[in-house]
Design a protein around this ligand. Structure first.
Ligand SMILES: [Zn+2]
Ligand SMILES: [Zn+2]
Length: 105
């Protein structure tokens, strides 16, 4: 039997109220990360522009913060190894937070 300790319902809640926020650079209607401003308020990595879309003049594209594939053109950002190495750490942080949210909701 598990008993919930009062006050620890949402362990990521404090992130909403610290000074660390993210600025959205893309917005895709229907994307749960783009449409939920809690991600930005918590300072989590947000969806990214797609380099291939920009190079092709298609606009900014949309690569979900928890994915590496562009929703517009299907390019996989993991092919861009150098940049991927930098962002992998941020991705890890987001996934851990999402896991926590799933457990508490
Ligand atoms: Zn998005
Ligand atoms: Zn793209």
């Amino acid at each position: 039997m598990s008993r919930k300790i009062e006050g620890t319902g949402d362990s990521a809640e404090w992130m909403l109220y610290d000074d660390f926020t993210s600025t959205p650079v893309v917005h895709l209607v229907g994307c749960y990360i783009c449409e939920d401003d809690e991600f930005a308020r918590m300072g989590l990595p947000l969806c990214r522009k797609c380099r291939k879309c920009q190079e092709a003049g298609r606009g900014d594209g949309h690569i979900a913060a928890d994915d590496t594939v562009c929703d517009v053109c299907g390019w996989d950002e993991i092919e861009d190894y150098e940049r991927w190495e930098v962002e992998r750490g941020q991705l890890r942080r987001l996934q851990l937070t999402l896991d926590e949210r799933e457990e508490t909701e």
